[in-house]
Write a protein that binds this ligand. Structure first.
Ligand code: EPZ
Length: 433
């Protein structure tokens, strides 16, 4: 298995192109199941999760084809992929595929809406929390589906089609909002989603669905109204920039010092996280086509954060911010409220010399003067990248194993960082043991 080797201590200087958002690309690809015409997605990141979802939806009958390089594009430009679900040939999503990527459970919405039935494996366990699917099932039942659980599979039926209704989520869920919104586009009559997720990726999916002929209002607020239509058609849609990748590199610069322009992204996608960085002593300024990040010349200040659904501080930046706070001049408290077990990075950060005390959902981080490189590993995507950030600021060598987690969600991470002066490389296969 590959490893990442980092020799810490170099400031980051230069520019980093930000990729299309993984967490927008995945539901957008799933939306292709709603129409028998071609959905073209531009700015799709080259990630393991994208490739895996291509495989999963191709199992349902979706063809996909990729554009080659176009004038003005380089190897860091996003891909353009055409998805064509002319016929859904299989309404079953098997355990061996769904268990590899939770988001693939979301195919239940489009497949049920278009075919009147869907048999989708329950995703099973997850490294960051239990992550149940009860809101999805409740929402689909409210749209008239009959749902049974049979030998680890959700069997959902709506032979006469889904019927619009009021769906009230007890708690904000990004995936349940995506799924019910997609299903409702083809239901009869009006659906109102109450307590909907407001994440930019929900807005991006709604924009794409509207371009496909759906009637949706209110995406980005906590109440989304969808008028069902008879069919959707093809469209072309550009995936929005990745706000988590943006925040991650901003925190890397905050950690190492230097000055980096994050290209092709926008500060309004992550205002709370950038405000928090501002309080910690990081300057973030909008520039043409992106944002510039540098430290204000003083040391890092400790800041308390609590993760919340958008527009709050994102759980997907919690681990990275914790890495940053390990070098703040004082003590900070980081409270995780979205996932009950998103703490695996704490023990690994401690291996680099971080002082973190963890009780329940709260981590208390006492800033230290020095981190010292060590071999570390992590069990999920954002935890892995927090170790990379810490390694960039640690003295000496850090090796991060289980790099496949990083490949799920960070496109060409080593290349983007090394072109800004980081000493970072991938050790492939044998040599990495
Ligand atoms: C999405 O996951 C993201 N994944 C996650 O990113 C992100 O951390 C999360 O939203 C929160 O922002 C993708 O977009 C592919 P949720 P999702 O449903 O939709 C509970 C990453 O690193 N819940 O909003 O699965 C759930 O357990 C990933 O890129 C129920 O109780 O998250 C959690 O506590 C990790 N029942 C909370 O809601 C349900 O039926 C929010 O989860 C559904 C969710």
């Amino acid at each position: 298995m590959d490893k990442i080797r980092i020799v810490g201590g170099n400031p980051l200087n230069g520019s980093i192109p930000i990729s299309g958002a993984k967490n927008a690309a995945l539901p957008l690809m799933i939306a292709a199941l709603l129409t028998d015409e071609v959905l073209t997605l531009e700015n799709v990141p080259r990630l393991r999760d994208v490739a895996l979802l291509q495989r999963i939806i191709s199992n349902h009958g979706v063809d996909y084809s990729l554009n080659g390089k176009r004038a003005g594009e380089d190897h860091l430009s996003g891909q353009t992929i055409h998805f064509h679900a002319e016929a859904i040939v299989d309404t079953l999503a098997p355990y061996d595929l769904v268990s590899q990527m939770r988001a693939s459970f979301w195919v239940i919405g489009p497949i049920l809406a278009r075919m009147g039935e869907a048999v989708i494996s329950l995703p099973g366990g997850c490294a960051i929390g239990t992550r149940p699917v009860d809101f999805f099932l409740m929402g689909l039942e409210q749209l008239g589906a009959e749902i049974e659980i049979d030998r680890g599979y959700v069997v959902a039926k709506a032979p006469n089609g889904l019927i619009g209704n009021r769906v009230v989520f007890p708690r904000v869920s990004v995936g349940a909002t995506h799924t019910i919104m997609m299903a409702a586009t083809l239901a009869k009559g009006e659906t109102v989603i109450v307590n909907a997720a407001r994440e930019p990726e929900v807005v991006d999916l709604a924009r794409c669905l509207v371009a496909m002929g759906a009637k949706i209002e209110g995406a980005g607020s906590s109440e989304i109204r969808i008028q069902g239509v008879g069919r959707l058609h093809g469209a072309t849609h550009r995936v929005l920039p990745d706000r988590i990748e943006t925040g991650t590199y901003a925190m890397a610069v905050a950690m190492t010092g230097g000055e980096v322009t994050l290209e092709g992204t926008s500060a309004d996608l992550l205002e709370t996280a950038l405000d928090t960085l501002g309080q910690a002593g990081v300057v973030v300024t909008p520039v043409s086509g992106g944002i510039k990040v540098y430290r204000n010349g003083n040391g890092l200040r400790p800041v308390d954060v609590t993760t919340e659904p958008f527009p709050g501080f994102p759980t997907d930046l919690q681990a990275q911010f914790m890495a940053l706070m390990t070098k703040a001049g004082g003590t900070s408290r980081i409270t995780e409220t979205i996932f009950e077990n998103r703490v695996m990075h704490i023990a690994e950060l401690s291996r680099l010399g971080a002082r973190i005390h963890h009780e329940g959902q709260v981590a208390t981080v006492e800033g230290v003067d020095r981190l010292i490189g060590a071999p570390v590993m992590a069990t999920d995507l954002r935890a892995s990248v927090s170790l990379v950030i810490a390694g960039l600021a640690a003295e000496g060598e850090t090796t991060v194993s289980r790099v496949y987690h990083l490949d799920r969600g960070f496109e060409r991470l080593e290349e983007k960082l090394s072109r800004c002066g980081a000493e970072i490389e991938r050790l492939a296969g044998e040599g990495a043991r």
